[in-house]
Design a protein around this ligand. Structure first.
Ligand SMILES: NC(=O)c1ccc[n+]([C@@H]2O[C@H](COP(=O)([O-])OP(=O)(O)OC[C@H]3O[C@@H](n4cnc5c(N)ncnc54)[C@H](OP(=O)(O)O)[C@@H]3O)[C@@H](O)[C@H]2O)c1
Length: 293
């Protein structure tokens, strides 16, 4: 069994990006800049945003963190996005999800200029993805492709089963793995909460992507011998014996599933780190697309 180590693969991607940024700045160009907006103080969101800011610094990117109060009016958030849209020094904008209930995520995503939408959630970018046009690939599926590429996983002709159909993970993952691209050309089945005989479907998977947000849902009896398992899930599970009072669990029961697999991602230390690598790759692409860079 090969451990698909997100730390190792993300470092490799970041080293490449860092070298590109150093070359650009040595030629007198400005540094790429990512603006992140955090609304409220949800613990997990705080951690994700802090990690994104830290990774920007490590890779030579500039970052700007805008914090807004939990009760901020939706109109203020939209105005803040518009300001960033019009700020020529900002290449990429991300609004950390989830947002408080009084704010429409759909409106927020649609307000980010598609050319700065480094999370790849804007309907224009999602449409381009479906049509196989150049676009920003949502960071998590992009990170998974980078991980598969790093470990030279052969995807062509394989049957990929994706559990979860969200707009940010499952659905774009299904489009990418079924596309005619180097890390694609799979035959794809996408499963969701209404899928019947899920165990039988998962047992057919050469590549199984678990993205449903249910800790340790995928058990050994659902996995074919020699499968490649990608665990996207991140759930905080209360644990009084843990320092922080919780542990991070994936969607796969790692200890029982890993021995059956050819390769598997750990949680933590897998897809989460690759998501940041995907985000930084998109930010550099946004910068390069920006003619005034
Ligand atoms: N590693 C990372 O960087 C990263 C990034 C994003 C998300 N995540 C994690 O990935 C997980 C999924 O995130 P998400 O945003 O995609 O979640 P989401 O929007 O809640 O979507 C969950 C999907 O799973 C399906 N599902 C739920 N229960 C199921 C079941 N029993 N059987 C089959 N399908 C089921 C749902 O089906 P329906 O559509 O029918 O409801 C839905 O399509 C979460 O743990 C999240 O924290 C990790």
């Amino acid at each position: 069994m090969i451990l698909l180590d997100g730390k190792v693969a993300a470092e490799a991607v970041k080293e490449k990006l860092k070298a590109q940024v150093a070359e650009l700045t040595a030629k007198g160009h400005r540094t790429p800049k990512l603006a992140a907006i955090l609304v409220g103080n949800n613990g997990a969101s705080e951690t994700y945003v802090a990690s994104k800011v830290k990774n920007c610094a490590e890779t030579g990117f500039e970052s700007l963190l805008i914090r807004l109060d939990e009760n901020v009016p939706e109109s203020t958030l939209l105005q803040t996005i518009e300001q960033l849209n019009n700020d020529e020094s900002v290449d990429g904008i991300l609004v950390q999800l989830p947002l408080p209930k009084h704010i429409s995520e759909q409106k927020v995503i649609a307000t980010i200029h598609p050319e700065k939408d480094v999370d790849g959630f804007h309907p224009i970018n999602a449409g381009k993805l479906v049509q196989g046009l150049p676009t920003f690939i949502p960071a998590t599926p992009y990170g998974i492709l980078l991980l598969l590429e790093h470990y030279h996983v052969q995807t062509k002709g394989k049957h990929a089963v994706i559990v979860g159909r969200s707009n940010i993970v499952g659905r774009p993952m299904s489009i990418l793995l079924s596309s005619n691209i180097p890390m694609g050309n799979c035959t794809v089945t996408i499963a969701h909460s209404h899928t019947q005989n899920l165990t039988d479907i998962c047992l057919q998977a050469d590549i199984l992507v678990a993205a449903l947000g249910k800790p340790e849902f995928v058990t050994a009896n659902m996995v074919k011998q020699g499968a490649i398992v990608i665990d996207v899930g991140i759930t905080r599970v209360e644990d009084a014996t843990a320092k922080k009072g919780f542990r991070i669990k994936g969607d796969v029961a790692f200890n029982e599933v890993a021995p059956k697999t050819a390769a598997i991602t750990p949680v933590p230390g897998g897809v989460g780190l690759m998501t940041i690598a995907g985000l930084l790759s998109n930010t550099l692409q946004a910068y390069l697309n920006n003619k005034k860079a």
